[in-house]
Design a protein around this ligand. Sequence first.
Ligand code: KIV
Ligand code: ZN
Length: 535
Amino acid sequence: MSSNYIRIFDTSLRDGEQAPGASMTSAEKLEVARALARLGVDVIEAGFPAASPDDLAAVQAIAAEVGQTPVEGRPQAEPPIVCGLARCTRNDIQTAWEGVKGAKHPRIHTFLATSDIHLQHKLRMTRPEVVARATEMVAFAKSLCADVEFSPEDAGRSDPEFLYEVLAAVIKAGATTLNIPDTVGYTLPDEFGALIAGIIKNTPGAKDVIISVHCHDDLGLAVANSLAGLRAGARQAEVTVNGIGERAGNASLEELVMALRTRADKLGLQTGIDAKQLCRVSKLISRTTSYPVPPNKAIVGANAFAHESGIHQDGMIKNAQTYEIMRPEDVGATQTTLVLGKHSGRNAVSKRLAELGYPLEGEALARAFAEFKKLADRKKSVHDADLIALASDERTQAPELWTLQDLQVACGTTGLPTATVRLKGPDGKLHVHAAVGTGPVDATYKAIDHIVRTHVQLLEFVVSAVTEGIDALGEVSVRVRQDDQRSSHGHGTDTDIIVASAKAYLAAVNLVLSRQTGAPVHAQKSSVPADQPVS
Ligand code: KIV
Ligand code: ZN
């Protein structure tokens, strides 16, 4: 591997999932891991197996499938490394090993804080105790797995001399990657670069292992700090898609990768990422976590390549390089192209879906095609983004305990907003209820609550347009919570925004109910039984 190669370690499924409300189902995690592997990431941090049996099962599923599947375009088509996080305890490390051992290239990532603030107030440990614990636990991890990563948590605020001591000890104990986290996003780029340079220079054995950077974005400096660390000699970057993560999030994968690529003249570093997939993976993460991408987000935002002012448009017409430092197609942000309409056949739809990275087959394809036909009847033109929305709906659904059959709303400036909802229940029967609310969405949700006989708190409700124009496909993401349970999210798409709202709410409610009943959450929709009489 070239000495200028930067390993991309994606932690969207672990640190990213720690963003409030961003939790994903096992099926969604598997879907994301497949997409990350296709994108070309070198390491997938699949989760924190000791956190819950669900996390362990998700990591095992990813290790068994994604961690064993060759990826075209990667060196020797090797599957990515699958990594599991563990605190410095035997139980965590053993559980992390249970999670990742099914992968062809498993990794255990263990961490222990090294800053005085954490030692004094959180761990209540002395420095010698930290060195002893880290050494013992890295040695234990090494007895299970050849590839061991160690992170001194809050390294950005740790005494560098103490870091050299801890890191030298864990290298001796068998660590092969040393990850340096700026856990609270406190450092400035020159400081973080100097920290990495100091570690490489002063830690015995540091030149024989990979040094990694892991930066948080509390001051908006995560990518800048990561770049400074890489310029100082680090050769792995820990990032998340769309920069999701704790608080202000982590360094964003797409921004870091495109900075390395666009400024290769200055930086001279490369990654194995297929940048053309960046926008697609960004959308997938946004949908599965219900974290919308702001329009002005670098690289993947809807306006990242939009030019509004006359002067800019004039320059663009004359030569795109006047106002663009990257080509939209380089990151997969091709202008939405009109490819399909209501006369298009199943083969054309299936082929275009496969080109977009959604190779649907059998019943899944039949359902997506039926949805496409309905959409094509309502819209003059179906864009790639519409197709991606339909395909993603198909692939990341909670079990359909309740399905929407019909919805009718009456609303306006006079009268009471009223919704009549007809749902098919898990018993296969149809249930109808009409409710009044403060608006059409509220009325719809009240009617659903009444039929389903559950009450959830709506924490978040986000509406966005998938494509431009009056006939755009609308997308609604909701996040709900019942009592003290963890929050569940759902999304729905339709040209009618109230129908999309109902679908999103029902998907989230189905997830809440499936967690209560223990019903499995599938990556594919279950088949819908024939209509039954109204109960
Ligand atoms: O930010 C952090 O310190 C972490 C560690 C677990 C690597 O996420
Ligand atoms: Zn972190």
